[in-house]
Design a protein around this ligand. Structure first.
Ligand code: BGC
Length: 766
């Protein structure tokens, strides 16, 4: 009823406006976007004008799913209070309510029982899928395949939308250079250029071209900002970065996400240079909403408004709410402080009502754009939910993504691909038979044991004899929040059986690494080796059979230095989601030729962290003379990584030649770099051609090398293609310490090849 009432009013005001302003109406019809947006703006301000202060603040309040929504109404305690708030219109959004039946139950209350009938926006962490999971985002990023990544976000949105979700808290676009931080699994890795391209692909995938479609959901660029620079890789820790790193490394993926139309942002738990991001006006109001002109809304991270008290920035909840809203945090996720404190703050004159109106307008705008006012139940269709959930289309997309995410790190003497017949294969490692771990730690809606295990994948190829031994557990903890997923497991009781198995085999496939719950939020590590006794297991098995293929399952770069020295074949298979085992088997047997490239540097030793390819030179970059200690190095380890950013092999080989640079910038402000790429091996394969740039000297020092372009190319054996990459003038520029973007003239070096280690180079002048 309420919603109908509301529409009669809006329609009436629309008719009056149309009659009075004939000329303006014609102008507005010049472009569909203008007419659509101005239409929404009118609706937003009309609705805002009808709202009480409490109802406005209600829109800024987000609650976690709070009771068995389809069960009895709670009578006491917090649950009852939240329920009461929902009925009064004091809740604008909920998260973690999912499935058509449950979402309908809460939406019905919001739409039919509240005074104005404003629909809820339902949020959920659709990080790499909803129920059917794609690879973890770091793995997807290893594909460098922007179309596949976009498709993966698109099918995730489709499945989530079918379960009643309107909004995902993704993509995480935090750049990170520290593999100790457990959340590197959730991002696109260490590089700003690659991370920016992937941010755009993910935003477009989730939101599509039509946000109001019931197959798309609103995206959220998070965590604004610098969360990936947590000191010592410890989650939630302080970030302390200079303006150059902030402007050149951290902010660009957020900026391009905004330009790609992302409708929401989430702030972050960390403080940045002494100010918790949630209360940071410079970040949220000056940069995001000011300089960048973002007109969607900012949600706080979970409880991050209250956490400003623990940070030592707010003296109590009331001040925390005041600081957050003044700084530009529009919606409170689970701090309960806006709903409790904001009205008082406005009445006391401590918070300007204009800020409340601005926040509410932003939230309503996104709800209108999603079409929730046209039909609040549009996402709620049981038949569609059944059809879409786990559909073939989604399984095909996540399998395709999983294959493309695998990185071949090493393949001595072409041990891979495996022969399909006549081999005795020993498969060893707890992760080989695990059907839950490949789902990773962001898998709230995915059911346990729904991933295809490596063993299941391999067993589909029946020409070989496969024997399986666990060897060692990777984890003992059982549940998502059994935080003590035992990383230091010491049980070696099953070693003997595994060693015996390996002795009889032609080839040993060892599936080792981290359990899905050993990376992700709150899962920082000080050691980047194989958890528990897996390293010892590997070394013991190696003593009896050297023909080992090491398949890594992990959420972050690991220091597998011993393995690289000794094991002939190493495959980085991350946590690949629901279709994990099928993808791994197809790659091991050569039905899919691997083409992934690392989006993050693998260190040789944890002491090298943070380690990244686009470092600065220092004043003492190289050994000045024999036996002289005074240069930038370690006494006990080289500066070199184990595997460089961009590294990844194929079952075929590629050669680069004939690098050419078009002499000057053409009229269209671009410079063209071309190179010949030849497939010199025996198989068809794909290569990611990478272009790096060095600004030789500048008014602010520049990295030794920076990725500025790439192309994924497929070639038949003996085929050669000339690949042309285009550099724009803007790509030569950088932000100075005053936050100004400049392109400086001078000398530039161009590098092109198959990894950041490439040496094929030429120069040009600007
Ligand atoms: C995480 C966010 C997430 C939110 C809601 C927080 O702990 O930092 O990334 O979206 O929870 O689940």
């Amino acid at each position: 009823m309420k919603i109908i009432k509301y529409y009669v009013l809006v329609l009436a005001s629309f008719l009056i406006t149309s009659c009075n302003n004939g000329n303006e109406k014609n102008l507005a019809l010049n472009t569909t976007t203008t007419s659509k947006n101005s239409d929404i703006e009118t609706k937003v301000s009309d609705l805002l004008a009808k709202m009480t202060l409490e109802e406005k603040i209600g829109q800024m309040n987000q609650y976690n799913g709070f009771w068995d929504v389809t069960g009895p109404v709670p009578e006491n305690g917090d649950q009852a209070k939240k329920y009461e708030h929902l009925r009064k219109g004091y809740v604008g959004s909920m998260l973690n309510v999912r499935g058509v039946k449950d979402v309908r139950a809460v939406q019905k209350i919001a739409v039919e029982e509240t005074r104005l009938g404003i629909p809820l926006i339902i949020g959920f962490d659709v990080i790499h899928g909803y129920e059917t999971l794609s690879p973890i985002p770091l793995a997807e990023s290893a594909s460098w395949d922007l179309e596949a990544i976009k498709k993966s976000s698109e099918v995730a949105a489709k499945e989530a939308a079918a379960a009643g979700i309107n909004w995902t808290f993704a993509p995480m676009v935090d750049i990170s250079r520290d593999a100790r931080w457990g959340r590197v699994m959730e991002g696109a890795g260490e590089d700003t250029y690659l991370g920016s391209k992937i941010a755009i692909a993910r935003v477009k995938g989730f939101q599509s071209d039509d946000l109001s479609s019931h197959f798309s959901i609103a995206a959220c660029a998070k965590h604004f900002a610098a969360y990936g620079f947590a000191e010592a890789g410890r989650d939630y820790n302080t970030a302390d970065v200079g303006t150059s790193t902030l402007n050149n490394i951290i902010l660009p993926p957020f900026k391009v996400a905004k330009e790609a139309g992302v409708r929401t942002f989430m702030n972050s738990f960390n403080e940045l240079n002494g100010i918790p991001a949630t209360g940071d006006k410079y970040l949220q109001r000056d940069i995001l909403k000011g300089k960048w002109g973002f007109d969607g809304f900012m949600v706080s991270d979970w409880g991050s408004i209250t956490e400003m008290i623990a940070h030592g920035y707010a003296k109590d909840g009331k001040q925390a709410a005041q600081l957050a809203v003044n700084a530009g945090s529009d919606m409170d996720m689970e701090s309960y402080l806006y709903v409790e404190e904001l009205a008082g703050l406005v009445n006391e004159g401590k918070v300007d009502i204009k800020l409340i109106d601005d926040a509410v307008s932003r939230i309503l705008r996104v709800k209108f754009e999603l079409g929730l006012f046209d039909d609040p139940y549009k996402y709620l269709n049981e038949t569609r939910e059944k059809q879409v959930m786990g559909s073939q289309e989604i399984h095909d997309a996540v399998l395709d993504m999983a294959k493309k995410s695998i990185v071949l790190l090493k393949n001595e003497n072409n041990l891979l691909p495996l022969q399909k017949e006549g081999q005795k294969i020993a498969v060893i490692g707890a992760l080989a038979s695990d059907k839950t771990s490949p789902l990773g730690s962001w898998r709230i809606a995915a059911k346990d044991s729904t991933a295809v295990s490596v063993l299941e994948g391999l067993n589909q190829y029946s020409g070989n004899t496969i024997t399986y031994s666990k060897g060692a557990d990777v984890a003992l903890g059982k549940t998502e929040f059994a935080i003590e997923v035992n990383i230091n497991n010491t049980d070696k009781s099953e070693f003997a059986e595994a060693i015996n198995n390996a002795k009889q085999a032609d080839v040993v496939i060892m599936v080792l690494g981290e359990h899905g719950y050993q990376s992700g939020e709150g899962r920082s590590r000080t050691d980047l080796g194989l958890p528990g006794v897996q390293q010892q297991l590997l070394e013991e098995v190696y003593k009896v059979n050297k023909n080992i293929v090491l398949v890594l399952n992990n959420g972050r770069p690991l220091t597998i230095t011993w393995a690289d020295d000794n094991i002939p074949a190493i495959v980085e298979a991350w946590q690949l989601g629901t279709q994990s085992g099928n993808a791994i088997a197809q790659v091991l047997y050569g039905d899919y030729n691997p083409s992934g490239k690392l989006p993050m540097t693998f260190p040789r030793h944890v002491g090298q962290v943070p380690i990244y390819y686009n470092y600065k030179s220092t004043g003492r970059p190289t050994l000045p003379g024999k036996d002289v200690v005074f240069w930038s190095h370690y006494q006990d380890e080289t500066n070199d990584p184990l595997y460089a950013f961009g590294h990844g092999l194929s079952y075929t080989t590629f050669e680069y030649s004939n690098l050419k640079i078009s002499n000057t910038f053409s009229n269209d402000e671009t410079i063209k770099v071309s190179v010949d790429l030849t497939n010199t091996g025996k198989l068809k394969g794909k290569e990611v051609v990478q272009l790096y740039l060095k600004d030789v000297f500048a008014s602010v020092t520049r990295p030794v090398k920076e990725l500025k372009g790439f192309e994924l190319v497929e070639l038949n054996p003996n085929e050669t293609k000339t690949i042309q990459l285009v550099l724009t003038k803007a790509e030569l520029g950088f932000y100075n310490n005053q936050g100004e973007f400049n392109v400086e003239t001078g000398d530039f070096e161009v590098y092109i090849g198959g990894s950041s280690k490439t040496v094929l180079t030429d120069t040009f002048k600007l």
